[in-house]
Design a protein around this ligand. Structure first.
Ligand code: CAA
Length: 380
């Protein structure tokens, strides 16, 4: 497997790094502190082509590959994980399924402005009683002539407070469980769509999360994404790709935490020498860097498989599992290296520690990733 980055990939990585260091990173503490949606940064990402990295240019995107998306996600997330997840949801959970399952009209009307970053999207699968068990949906779409009438509640919707559009999963035939699920593209300004209050979260506080209430919402049948009953496959295959994006977000968080620990540890002296010269700390740093690289290689592999059109579901589950656990481990040790200074907001490491946690939860918990990996090992 060739891990050499092409000139185009290196250029995008460099562009994203410059943007992240100059524009995103100086804002990250304030975004976190004020739970502030970074609308200006989202606009800037759109101008750089980061809201539809792997969408063809003819459909409004940057026309690059999945590894390019991963490279850019790591850079943005290293500066600000909130800004990173806004980008990830847009690319992986909204543009990608419309690109793969949308018809020509849907792509023209929705994918183009999404990939250009003129519209923001969200993805609504989870419900109050259906998280890991995604097939236990209760939201119901009932056919009524050339419309569907949708009722239900969706939970934990990243980008929900700000989104213009939603990729929505609903039941159309509840007795058929996962085979009775159908996907829609839902304009968020349709009558009968209501957003709940913004959740008050532990981390990634700049990205808005809310419930979406659907109350007799009439959605034209032309906005159905794929066939009736195909929704679970739309959702699962979308999440296979989404997990690569979250793995890249976790890489960014881990890298930022490691860099913070090294910077602090070179400056801070204990027992007459910089903290980084103590062997106990050096062993921690060596483990952090090695785990980060291992997670990065798994993430790049999953990205390359997806771009090559090869099966990548297990590889993406492995990448997300590893990267999320590495991010949490690295952030914890980076905070420990800071001692008391790690526990206060004067230093960024406590933000990385809080931001890391969600990567083990959303787009499939670490337990779900293990389940996906284990099933692939034992299937006939
Ligand atoms: N791609 C395509 N099809 C798939 C698939 C995949 N990755 N995984 C399963 N399927 C298909 C199966 O082939 C099967 O199809 P058939 O009926 O035709 O045979 C069908 O789906 C059912 O498969 P399972 O029996 O494996 O389904 P299950 O009910 O046991 O669930 C699961 C499997 C892996 C546990 C799944 O429910 C899952 O991934 N759960 C986690 C959900 C999740 O990640 N939620 C995150 C919410 S989104 C979010 O966090 C967004 C945000 O805002 C950031």
């Amino acid at each position: 497997m060739d891990f050499t980055l092409s000139e185009e990939q290196q250029l995008l990585q460099q562009t994203a790094r410059e943007f992240a260091r100059r524009q995103v990173q100086p804002r990250a503490a304030e975004i976190d502190e004020k739970h502030q949606f970074p609308a200006d940064l989202v606009k800037a990402m759109a101008e750089l082509g980061l809201m539809g990295v792997a969408v063809p240019e003819s459909e409004g995107g940057a026309g690059m590959d999945v590894l390019s998306y991963v490279l850019a996600m790591e850079e943005v997330s290293a500066a600000c994980a909130s800004t990173g997840v806004i980008m990830s949801v847009q690319n992986s959970l909204v543009c990608d399924p419309i690109m793969r399952f949308g018809n020509a009209e849907q792509k023209k009307e929705f994918l183009v402005p999404l990939a250009q970053g003129k519209k923001l999207g969200c993805f609504a699968l989870s419900e109050p009683d259906a998280g890991s068990d995604a097939a236990a949906q209760k939201t119901f779409a009932e056919r009524d002539g050339d419309h569907y009438v949708i009722n239900g509640v969706k939970n934990w919707i990243t980008n929900g407070p700000e989104a213009d559009l939603c990729v929505l999963l609903t039941m159309t035939q509840p007795q058929q469980r996962h085979r009775g699920i159908t996907a829609f593209i839902l304009p968020m300004d349709l009558p009968g769509v209501r957003r709940g209050a913004k959740e008050n979260k532990l981390g990634i506080t700049g990205s808005g999360t809310c419930q979406i209430f659907l109350e007799n919402c009439r959605v034209p049948a032309s906005l159905r994404l794929g066939d009736e009953g195909q929704g679970f496959k739309v959702a699962m295959s979308t999440l296979d790709g989404g997990r690569i994006g979250i793995a890249a977000q976790a890489l960014g968080i881990a890298r930022a935490a490691l860099e913070a620990a090294i910077t602090y540890g070179k400056d801070r002296k204990t027992f007459g020498k910089p903290v980084v010269e103590h062997q106990g700390i050096q062993f921690m740093l060596a483990d952090m860097a090695t785990q980060l690289d291992a997670a990065r290689l798994l993430t790049w592999r999953a990205a390359l498989l997806k771009s090559a059109g090869k099966p990548y579901g297990t590889a993406s589950a492995m990448a997300k599992l590893m990267a999320a656990e590495v991010a949490n481990h690295v952030a914890k040790d980076a905070l420990q290296i800071h001692g008391g200074y790690g526990y206060v907001k004067e230093y960024p490491v406590e933000r990385h520690f809080r931001d890391a946690k969600i990567t083990e939860i959303y787009e499939g918990t670490s337990e779900i990733q293990r389940l996906v990996i284990a099933r692939s090992l034992i299937k006939d």
